[in-house]
Design a binder for this molecule. Structure first.
Ligand code: GLC
Length: 576
């Protein structure tokens, strides 16, 4: 690259302290967080007004889902202008003000950047599609059809073919997501250069990090070959042909070395389809690419297959969850760093998925929080998790907003599945479960907006809301505050080595964390009944100090066996 970028001191590592390892991240889905002007959409001013709330929670970094100018077919993941703010969210001045105020309070802001595709309304795409001779034609991936058919058999994440015919030039463009999200061609050096420049522009503005959306897919297999298709289906999942390929690593290395490194931002890549050994290629300390990746193994634990197979529900087993998480914990220890999450804007609500959103909602949400905040790696909290927000089950498809959900509905109804069957799957897995507005109080629309919300508020807001949680010392919210504070107080919870106990126990998830001569024992009951366990080797009731639990104990410790209450969580510190 010809340009000389301003080189700042790399402040990301000071002695042994790495700020992004010690941080807790809070993810905001801007449309659904807080509306300040009554148009029914959350906005930047709304986030600004809630900075006190975030500061009091104790989080360090705010991850903002896309706020760029966008037609909104995929709620901002279809970017029309990387340098502009979506009008509904505010202006660039509002953004600058938010960033400055966050910084004043010691909060950092991480942007969500989509490098894999743009909106079909991006100026580049308008040029690209206008003619085969256009200089920006190759910014995207165009192919002619094969005998009047699509160029290959790849299936899109949102259903159907990845190819869309464009009558303008009688060729097809590739879109791994919706047809309004054409994929960029990272083989085009000029496009890549423009992207690097854009990332640099945001860094110069002072943002503190990036979540790189769908980054595993920015490179596609050479020649775009069709996937194995024994049943001769029109389209088939072809993830291995566009996920985590070697070229992704060369692009990220370049991005890091030329653009990111001098600023020391926190980076996390969204990388589906890999295990921890492969993840080391991104996050290995010797790799010079990303700080962390979001893995997906645990997100497909209740699905018959990954990717689009998510809709086919399967009962999940705690032993599988433990196996997956433990593999990531141990493989990355000392060699990379984990990004721990149990939900986000694409996933069902964790309390509904892994806990109990009925009788034991509060207790199980606290248990799950204990899990996330005592693992090695940076914890990510998705908005609403801290008050135990639940899945939603809208009776009609018209009440849903998510493009993936709607495509799924239309596709399967078209294939003759019953509405009942399709809605069942949607209630379990729709991304809108996580996108209903944040529940602030018990006033109309949960205090989210004075107007009509863009998506309906979950009916349970009179019982589940921030105001209520603030006033109840036993609430999930207060428990999160304690946990976050505890994590900061005990380095062993951040850096300590993880060791799984009782791998075959179907109900209890227990592990130790060890750093030098410090040791913690974490015990989580994932069930509504009362299993018991024995003190693990090296532990006795006299030498175990309970430092947090979601159950108030009548007696301090159990001798011999530990008898757990439903969804109980305990963290013990070993007394020397
Ligand atoms: C990521 C985002 C998701 C979006 C997709 C396409 O998976 O998290 O919300 O739909 O990428 O950009």
């Amino acid at each position: 690259m010809s340009r000389d970028y301003i080189v700042h001191n790399d402040e990301s590592e000071v002695g042994d302290i790495v700020w992004w390892k010690e941080s807790v991240v809070y993810q905001i889905y801007p449309s659904s967080f807080k509306d300040s002007d009554g148009d029914g959409y959350g906005d930047l001013q709304g986030i600004y007004e809630k900075l006190d709330y975030l500061e009091n929670l104790g989080v360090d970094v705010i991850w903002l889902c896309p706020i760029y100018d966008s037609p909104g077919h995929d709620n901002g993941y279809d970017i029309r202008d990387y340098y502009g703010i979506l009008r509904k969210y505010g202006t660039m001045e509002d953004f600058d003000r938010l960033l400055a105020e966050a910084h004043k309070r010691g909060l950092k802001i991480m942007m969500d950047l989509v490098l894999n595709h743009t909106s079909d309304e991006h100026a580049w795409f308008a040029e690209s599609r206008s003619s085969k001779m256009n200089p920006k034609r190759d910014y995207y991936i165009w192919r002619s059809g094969k005998n009047g058919q699509v160029p290959n058999n790849w299936e899109s994440y949102f259903g159907g073919s990845v190819w869309k015919h464009d009558p303008e030039t009688n060729e097809y463009y590739l879109h791994l997501y919706s047809e309004q999200q054409p994929d960029l061609n990272w083989n085009n050096a000029q496009m890549a250069e423009e992207m690097y420049e854009m990332v640099h522009w945001w860094l110069e503005k002072g943002v503190d990090g990036f979540r790189f959306d769908a980054v595993a897919h920015i490179a596609k297999a050479e020649g775009l070959p069709s996937a194995h298709n024994p049943d001769n289906l029109p389209v088939v999942p072809a993830y291995q042909l566009f996920s985590n390929l070697e070229q992704v690593h060369s692009i990220l290395k370049k991005l890091n070395n030329m653009i990111l490194k001098p600023y020391g931002p926190m980076t996390v890549g969204e990388t589906s389809g890999l295990g921890p050994e492969q993840a080391l290629a991104y996050v290995g300390t010797d790799r010079d690419e990303l700080n962390m990746v979001f893995q997906f193994e645990h997100m497909f634990i209740d699905a018959k297959s990954s990717g689009i197979g998510k809709w086919n529900y399967k009962e999940w087993k705690l032993t599988d969850l433990k196996e997956i998480m433990s593999r990531w914990q141990t493989v990355l220890h000392g060699r990379g760093w984990n990004a721990n999450y149990m939900g986000n804007h694409d996933q069902p609500r964790p309390v509904s998925r892994f806990g109990d959103d009925g009788k034991y909602r509060v207790r199980s949400a606290q248990m799950l929080a204990t899990w996330m905040l005592t693992l090695e790696g940076t914890p990510y909290i998705y908005q609403g998790e801290e008050i135990g927000m639940t899945n939603v089950a809208f009776p009609n498809i018209e009440q849903y907003r998510d493009i993936e959900t709607k495509n799924y509905f239309n596709h399967y109804i078209g294939q003759g599945k019953s509405k009942h069957e399709v809605m069942q799957a949607i209630w379990l897995k729709s991304r809108d479960n996580a996108r209903t507005p944040m529940q602030w109080d018990e006033t109309e629309h949960a205090g989210f907006t004075q107007g009509q919300p863009w998506i309906q508020v979950n009916d349970n807001y009179p019982e589940i809301n921030v105001a209520d949680a603030e006033s109840d010392p036993q609430s999930i919210l207060h428990y999160y505050r304690k946990l976050i504070a505890l994590r900061k107080q005990h380095k062993v919870l951040i850096y300590g080595a993880y060791e799984l106990l009782l791998p075959d126990d179907p109900d209890i998830y227990a592990y130790t964390r060890t750093l030098d001569d410090e040791q913690m024992l974490v015990i989580l009951n994932f069930r509504g009944h009362e299993p018991e366990m024995h003190w693990p080797e090296g532990w006795t009731s006299e030498h175990a100090k309970l430092i947090i639990s979601n159950v108030s104990r009548r007696y301090s410790t159990d001798e011999g066996a530990i008898q757990l209450q439903p969804y109980e969580a305990r963290v013990y510190r070993k007394q020397r």
